[in-house]
Design a protein around this ligand. Structure first.
Ligand code: DAH
Length: 339
Protein backbone atom coordinates (compact mmCIF):
# COMPACT_ATOMS: atom_id res chain seq x y z
CA UNK A 1 0.00 0.00 0.00
CA UNK A 2 2.75 2.38 0.90
CA UNK A 3 4.57 1.70 -2.35
CA UNK A 4 1.32 2.17 -4.26
CA UNK A 5 0.75 5.56 -2.64
CA UNK A 6 4.30 6.62 -3.39
CA UNK A 7 3.98 5.73 -7.02
CA UNK A 8 0.66 7.58 -7.27
CA UNK A 9 2.27 10.66 -5.74
CA UNK A 10 5.20 10.39 -8.14
CA UNK A 11 2.88 10.05 -11.12
CA UNK A 12 0.81 13.02 -9.91
CA UNK A 13 3.92 15.16 -9.62
CA UNK A 14 4.95 14.22 -13.12
CA UNK A 15 1.45 15.11 -14.38
CA UNK A 16 1.64 18.46 -12.58
CA UNK A 17 4.90 19.48 -14.10
CA UNK A 18 3.48 18.70 -17.54
CA UNK A 19 0.43 20.98 -17.23
CA UNK A 20 0.50 24.35 -18.92
CA UNK A 21 -2.83 25.87 -17.96
CA UNK A 22 -5.15 26.26 -14.98
CA UNK A 23 -7.67 24.08 -16.78
CA UNK A 24 -5.27 21.18 -17.19
CA UNK A 25 -4.40 21.60 -13.54
CA UNK A 26 -8.08 21.08 -12.71
CA UNK A 27 -8.01 17.83 -14.70
CA UNK A 28 -5.09 16.57 -12.61
CA UNK A 29 -6.96 17.38 -9.40
CA UNK A 30 -9.97 15.42 -10.61
CA UNK A 31 -7.81 12.50 -11.72
CA UNK A 32 -6.45 11.98 -8.18
CA UNK A 33 -8.83 13.67 -5.75
CA UNK A 34 -12.14 13.72 -7.62
CA UNK A 35 -15.09 11.45 -6.79
CA UNK A 36 -13.59 8.64 -8.81
CA UNK A 37 -10.00 9.81 -8.38
CA UNK A 38 -7.23 7.35 -7.59
CA UNK A 39 -6.68 8.47 -4.00
CA UNK A 40 -10.41 8.62 -3.34
CA UNK A 41 -10.72 5.05 -4.54
CA UNK A 42 -7.94 3.91 -2.23
CA UNK A 43 -9.54 5.69 0.69
CA UNK A 44 -12.79 3.85 -0.04
CA UNK A 45 -10.83 0.55 0.10
CA UNK A 46 -9.98 1.29 3.76
CA UNK A 47 -13.15 -0.36 4.91
CA UNK A 48 -11.74 -3.74 3.75
CA UNK A 49 -8.59 -3.26 5.82
CA UNK A 50 -8.41 -4.89 9.23
CA UNK A 51 -9.27 -2.57 12.14
CA UNK A 52 -5.76 -2.75 13.59
CA UNK A 53 -4.10 -1.62 10.35
CA UNK A 54 -6.72 0.98 9.48
CA UNK A 55 -5.39 4.01 11.50
CA UNK A 56 -1.88 3.72 10.08
CA UNK A 57 -3.20 3.28 6.56
CA UNK A 58 -5.57 6.19 7.00
CA UNK A 59 -2.69 8.31 8.19
CA UNK A 60 -0.61 7.35 5.15
CA UNK A 61 -3.44 8.23 2.78
CA UNK A 62 -4.01 11.56 4.52
CA UNK A 63 -0.34 12.40 4.28
CA UNK A 64 -0.30 11.62 0.59
CA UNK A 65 -3.40 13.73 -0.01
CA UNK A 66 -1.81 16.63 1.91
CA UNK A 67 1.35 16.39 -0.14
CA UNK A 68 -0.64 16.33 -3.35
CA UNK A 69 -2.72 19.33 -2.22
CA UNK A 70 0.47 21.23 -1.45
CA UNK A 71 1.91 20.34 -4.85
CA UNK A 72 -1.31 21.47 -6.53
CA UNK A 73 -1.27 24.80 -4.70
CA UNK A 74 2.37 25.39 -5.56
CA UNK A 75 1.77 24.59 -9.19
CA UNK A 76 -1.29 26.89 -9.30
CA UNK A 77 0.80 29.72 -7.93
CA UNK A 78 3.65 29.16 -10.35
CA UNK A 79 1.24 28.97 -13.28
CA UNK A 80 -0.51 32.18 -12.24
CA UNK A 81 2.82 33.90 -11.83
CA UNK A 82 3.91 32.81 -15.29
CA UNK A 83 0.63 34.04 -16.80
CA UNK A 84 0.97 37.38 -15.05
CA UNK A 85 4.51 37.81 -16.34
CA UNK A 86 3.44 36.93 -19.85
CA UNK A 87 0.58 39.43 -19.65
CA UNK A 88 2.82 42.20 -18.33
CA UNK A 89 5.39 41.53 -21.02
CA UNK A 90 2.77 41.72 -23.77
CA UNK A 91 1.23 44.88 -22.32
CA UNK A 92 4.30 47.05 -21.87
CA UNK A 93 3.59 50.65 -22.86
CA UNK A 94 5.48 51.98 -25.83
CA UNK A 95 5.94 55.61 -24.88
CA UNK A 96 7.13 56.45 -28.39
CA UNK A 97 3.74 55.56 -29.90
CA UNK A 98 1.82 58.62 -31.16
CA UNK A 99 -1.17 59.62 -28.98
CA UNK A 100 -4.78 59.27 -30.06
CA UNK A 101 -6.03 62.65 -31.25
CA UNK A 102 -8.99 64.05 -29.27
CA UNK A 103 -11.94 65.39 -31.23
CA UNK A 104 -11.87 69.10 -30.41
CA UNK A 105 -14.74 71.44 -31.25
CA UNK A 106 -14.31 74.60 -33.29
CA UNK A 107 -15.76 78.08 -33.30
CA UNK A 108 -18.84 78.49 -35.47
CA UNK A 109 -17.95 80.47 -38.63
CA UNK A 110 -20.45 83.19 -37.61
CA UNK A 111 -18.53 83.58 -34.36
CA UNK A 112 -15.15 83.55 -36.09
CA UNK A 113 -16.09 86.67 -38.04
CA UNK A 114 -18.15 88.24 -35.26
CA UNK A 115 -15.19 87.96 -32.89
CA UNK A 116 -12.92 89.63 -35.45
CA UNK A 117 -15.52 92.34 -35.92
CA UNK A 118 -15.73 92.97 -32.18
CA UNK A 119 -11.92 93.10 -31.93
CA UNK A 120 -11.77 95.78 -34.61
CA UNK A 121 -14.43 97.98 -33.02
CA UNK A 122 -13.26 97.47 -29.44
CA UNK A 123 -9.88 98.66 -30.70
CA UNK A 124 -11.58 101.80 -32.04
CA UNK A 125 -13.06 102.63 -28.63
CA UNK A 126 -16.53 101.12 -29.08
CA UNK A 127 -18.24 99.04 -26.41
CA UNK A 128 -20.69 96.19 -26.89
CA UNK A 129 -24.41 96.56 -26.13
CA UNK A 130 -27.00 93.80 -25.87
CA UNK A 131 -30.77 93.91 -25.83
CA UNK A 132 -33.92 91.81 -26.06
CA UNK A 133 -35.00 89.81 -29.11
CA UNK A 134 -38.64 90.16 -28.08
CA UNK A 135 -39.05 93.87 -28.59
CA UNK A 136 -41.64 96.61 -28.28
CA UNK A 137 -43.07 97.92 -31.53
CA UNK A 138 -42.09 101.34 -30.21
CA UNK A 139 -38.35 100.47 -30.22
CA UNK A 140 -38.33 98.33 -33.33
CA UNK A 141 -40.29 100.87 -35.43
CA UNK A 142 -41.96 103.89 -33.88
CA UNK A 143 -38.97 105.61 -32.25
CA UNK A 144 -36.91 104.82 -35.35
CA UNK A 145 -39.15 107.12 -37.34
CA UNK A 146 -41.19 104.24 -38.79
CA UNK A 147 -44.84 104.99 -37.83
CA UNK A 148 -47.65 102.40 -38.12
CA UNK A 149 -48.54 103.07 -41.76
CA UNK A 150 -44.99 103.55 -43.02
CA UNK A 151 -44.17 101.49 -46.16
CA UNK A 152 -40.80 100.43 -44.61
CA UNK A 153 -42.80 98.09 -42.36
CA UNK A 154 -43.89 96.07 -45.39
CA UNK A 155 -40.30 95.31 -46.37
CA UNK A 156 -39.63 93.72 -42.98
CA UNK A 157 -42.04 90.81 -42.64
CA UNK A 158 -42.57 91.05 -38.94
CA UNK A 159 -43.42 88.28 -36.48
CA UNK A 160 -45.97 89.88 -34.14
CA UNK A 161 -46.26 88.55 -30.58
CA UNK A 162 -49.11 90.98 -29.90
CA UNK A 163 -50.14 94.32 -31.35
CA UNK A 164 -47.30 96.15 -29.64
CA UNK A 165 -44.73 93.39 -29.22
CA UNK A 166 -42.65 91.90 -32.02
CA UNK A 167 -39.61 89.71 -32.59
CA UNK A 168 -37.12 92.40 -33.52
CA UNK A 169 -36.65 92.63 -37.29
CA UNK A 170 -33.38 94.54 -36.96
CA UNK A 171 -30.80 95.47 -34.33
CA UNK A 172 -31.62 99.18 -34.82
CA UNK A 173 -33.85 99.27 -31.70
CA UNK A 174 -30.58 99.05 -29.78
CA UNK A 175 -29.93 102.62 -30.94
CA UNK A 176 -33.00 103.77 -29.03
CA UNK A 177 -32.34 101.61 -25.98
CA UNK A 178 -28.78 102.92 -25.78
CA UNK A 179 -29.65 106.59 -26.21
CA UNK A 180 -32.46 106.32 -23.65
CA UNK A 181 -30.06 105.01 -21.03
CA UNK A 182 -26.94 106.97 -21.76
CA UNK A 183 -26.12 110.50 -22.75
CA UNK A 184 -23.47 111.26 -25.42
CA UNK A 185 -20.67 110.56 -26.10
CA UNK A 186 -21.92 107.16 -27.29
CA UNK A 187 -19.94 104.57 -29.24
CA UNK A 188 -21.45 101.11 -29.33
CA UNK A 189 -21.87 98.08 -31.50
CA UNK A 190 -24.81 95.75 -30.84
CA UNK A 191 -24.66 92.29 -32.40
CA UNK A 192 -27.63 89.94 -32.13
CA UNK A 193 -30.34 87.77 -33.61
CA UNK A 194 -33.12 89.27 -35.69
CA UNK A 195 -36.26 87.68 -37.14
CA UNK A 196 -38.25 88.08 -40.33
CA UNK A 197 -41.04 85.94 -41.66
CA UNK A 198 -39.15 85.03 -44.84
CA UNK A 199 -39.42 81.72 -46.69
CA UNK A 200 -36.21 79.72 -46.32
CA UNK A 201 -33.93 79.52 -49.35
CA UNK A 202 -30.21 79.77 -50.11
CA UNK A 203 -30.06 83.43 -49.08
CA UNK A 204 -32.99 83.79 -46.64
CA UNK A 205 -33.62 82.53 -43.16
CA UNK A 206 -36.33 83.62 -40.69
CA UNK A 207 -33.58 83.99 -38.08
CA UNK A 208 -30.33 85.74 -38.90
CA UNK A 209 -27.85 88.12 -37.30
CA UNK A 210 -27.12 91.80 -37.59
CA UNK A 211 -24.60 94.10 -36.00
CA UNK A 212 -25.69 97.64 -35.26
CA UNK A 213 -23.27 100.49 -34.80
CA UNK A 214 -24.01 103.87 -33.22
CA UNK A 215 -21.91 106.91 -32.49
CA UNK A 216 -23.38 110.10 -31.02
CA UNK A 217 -21.29 113.08 -29.96
CA UNK A 218 -20.68 116.73 -30.76
CA UNK A 219 -19.59 117.46 -34.36
CA UNK A 220 -20.00 113.95 -35.75
CA UNK A 221 -20.02 114.07 -39.55
CA UNK A 222 -20.63 111.84 -42.52
CA UNK A 223 -16.86 111.83 -43.13
CA UNK A 224 -16.35 110.18 -39.69
CA UNK A 225 -18.80 107.47 -40.71
CA UNK A 226 -17.12 106.88 -44.06
CA UNK A 227 -13.68 106.82 -42.47
CA UNK A 228 -14.54 104.25 -39.84
CA UNK A 229 -16.43 101.97 -42.22
CA UNK A 230 -13.66 102.02 -44.80
CA UNK A 231 -11.15 101.22 -42.08
CA UNK A 232 -13.28 98.31 -40.88
CA UNK A 233 -13.72 96.94 -44.43
CA UNK A 234 -9.96 96.94 -44.98
CA UNK A 235 -9.27 95.23 -41.68
CA UNK A 236 -11.84 92.51 -42.33
CA UNK A 237 -11.46 91.98 -46.09
CA UNK A 238 -7.83 93.03 -46.62
CA UNK A 239 -5.88 96.28 -47.07
CA UNK A 240 -6.49 96.46 -50.83
CA UNK A 241 -10.29 96.46 -50.40
CA UNK A 242 -12.06 99.22 -52.33
CA UNK A 243 -15.35 100.59 -50.96
CA UNK A 244 -18.02 102.92 -52.34
CA UNK A 245 -21.03 104.65 -50.78
CA UNK A 246 -24.33 104.86 -52.67
CA UNK A 247 -27.17 107.15 -51.62
CA UNK A 248 -30.08 105.18 -50.18
CA UNK A 249 -33.07 105.70 -47.91
CA UNK A 250 -33.66 104.55 -44.35
CA UNK A 251 -36.32 106.24 -42.20
CA UNK A 252 -33.99 106.56 -39.20
CA UNK A 253 -31.01 108.16 -40.94
CA UNK A 254 -30.65 111.29 -43.06
CA UNK A 255 -28.74 111.27 -45.30
CA UNK A 256 -28.58 107.48 -45.74
CA UNK A 257 -26.27 105.33 -47.78
CA UNK A 258 -25.33 101.77 -48.57
CA UNK A 259 -21.71 100.73 -48.59
CA UNK A 260 -20.45 98.33 -51.25
CA UNK A 261 -17.09 96.67 -51.46
CA UNK A 262 -15.51 95.92 -54.81
CA UNK A 263 -16.09 92.26 -55.61
CA UNK A 264 -13.21 90.27 -54.08
CA UNK A 265 -13.62 87.56 -56.70
CA UNK A 266 -13.49 89.54 -59.96
CA UNK A 267 -12.06 92.85 -58.61
CA UNK A 268 -14.74 94.90 -60.28
CA UNK A 269 -14.86 93.07 -63.63
CA UNK A 270 -18.29 91.55 -62.99
CA UNK A 271 -18.84 87.87 -62.19
CA UNK A 272 -21.50 85.49 -60.94
CA UNK A 273 -20.82 86.27 -57.28
CA UNK A 274 -21.50 90.02 -57.74
CA UNK A 275 -24.14 89.33 -60.41
CA UNK A 276 -22.11 91.21 -62.99
CA UNK A 277 -22.08 94.38 -60.88
CA UNK A 278 -18.45 94.38 -59.82
CA UNK A 279 -19.66 95.48 -56.35
CA UNK A 280 -21.18 93.73 -53.35
CA UNK A 281 -23.46 95.56 -50.92
CA UNK A 282 -22.49 94.93 -47.33
CA UNK A 283 -24.23 97.43 -45.08
CA UNK A 284 -26.68 100.27 -44.60
CA UNK A 285 -25.70 103.45 -42.81
CA UNK A 286 -26.33 107.15 -42.39
CA UNK A 287 -26.48 110.15 -40.07
CA UNK A 288 -28.93 109.60 -37.21
CA UNK A 289 -32.22 111.32 -38.11
CA UNK A 290 -33.02 114.34 -35.88
CA UNK A 291 -36.43 112.75 -35.10
CA UNK A 292 -34.66 109.73 -33.64
CA UNK A 293 -32.37 111.86 -31.47
CA UNK A 294 -35.40 113.84 -30.27
CA UNK A 295 -37.35 110.67 -29.48
CA UNK A 296 -34.51 109.79 -27.08
CA UNK A 297 -34.31 113.24 -25.48
CA UNK A 298 -31.09 114.27 -27.24
CA UNK A 299 -30.98 117.77 -28.70
CA UNK A 300 -30.17 117.51 -32.45
CA UNK A 301 -28.85 121.07 -32.39
CA UNK A 302 -26.18 120.09 -29.91
CA UNK A 303 -25.39 116.54 -30.94
CA UNK A 304 -25.17 114.55 -34.13
CA UNK A 305 -24.45 110.92 -34.80
CA UNK A 306 -24.05 108.14 -37.31
CA UNK A 307 -25.37 104.61 -37.40
CA UNK A 308 -24.81 101.50 -39.46
CA UNK A 309 -26.30 98.03 -39.71
CA UNK A 310 -24.59 94.95 -41.15
CA UNK A 311 -25.94 91.49 -41.90
CA UNK A 312 -23.52 89.02 -40.31
CA UNK A 313 -24.43 86.01 -42.50
CA UNK A 314 -23.87 87.94 -45.70
CA UNK A 315 -20.48 89.09 -44.46
CA UNK A 316 -19.40 85.57 -43.46
CA UNK A 317 -20.69 84.03 -46.71
CA UNK A 318 -18.54 86.47 -48.67
CA UNK A 319 -15.54 85.92 -46.49
CA UNK A 320 -15.55 82.11 -46.67
CA UNK A 321 -17.26 81.73 -50.08
CA UNK A 322 -20.28 79.96 -48.60
CA UNK A 323 -23.18 79.86 -51.05
CA UNK A 324 -26.07 78.66 -48.87
CA UNK A 325 -27.18 80.40 -45.67
CA UNK A 326 -28.86 77.21 -44.38
CA UNK A 327 -25.45 75.65 -43.74
CA UNK A 328 -25.00 77.99 -40.76
CA UNK A 329 -27.93 76.54 -38.87
CA UNK A 330 -27.78 72.84 -39.74
CA UNK A 331 -24.72 72.19 -37.58
CA UNK A 332 -23.30 69.51 -39.83
CA UNK A 333 -19.85 68.92 -38.33
CA UNK A 334 -18.39 68.28 -41.79
CA UNK A 335 -19.26 71.89 -42.63
CA UNK A 336 -18.36 73.36 -39.23
CA UNK A 337 -14.98 71.68 -39.15
CA UNK A 338 -13.67 73.69 -42.08
CA UNK A 339 -13.34 77.03 -40.31
N1 DAH B 1 -31.77 98.24 -39.86
C1 DAH B 1 -31.49 98.23 -41.28
C2 DAH B 1 -32.01 96.96 -41.90
O1 DAH B 1 -32.28 96.03 -41.19
C3 DAH B 1 -30.01 98.37 -41.53
C4 DAH B 1 -29.51 99.72 -41.18
C5 DAH B 1 -29.44 100.72 -42.13
C6 DAH B 1 -29.10 100.03 -39.91
C7 DAH B 1 -28.98 101.98 -41.87
C8 DAH B 1 -28.63 101.31 -39.61
C9 DAH B 1 -28.59 102.27 -40.61
O2 DAH B 1 -28.22 101.64 -38.40
O3 DAH B 1 -28.10 103.52 -40.31
O4 DAH B 1 -32.14 96.87 -43.06
Amino acid sequence: MKAQLESILEQAQADLSAVSSIRELGDVRVKYLGKKGELTTIRKGLRDVSPEDRPAMGQLINDTVSQLEAALTARTESLEQAMLEEKLASETIDVTMPGKPLAVGKKHPLNVVLDEFKEIFLGLGFSIAEGPEVELDRYNFEALNIPKDHPARDTQDTFYISENVVLRTQTSPMQIRTMEKKKPPIRIIAPGRVYRSDAVDATHSPLFHQIEGLVVDKDIRMSDLKGILELFAKKLYGEDTVVRFRPHHFPFTEPSAEMDIQCYQCHGEGCRLCKGEGWIEILGCGMVHPHVLEACGIDPNEYSGYAFGIGLERMVMGRFKIDDIRLFYENDVRFLHQF
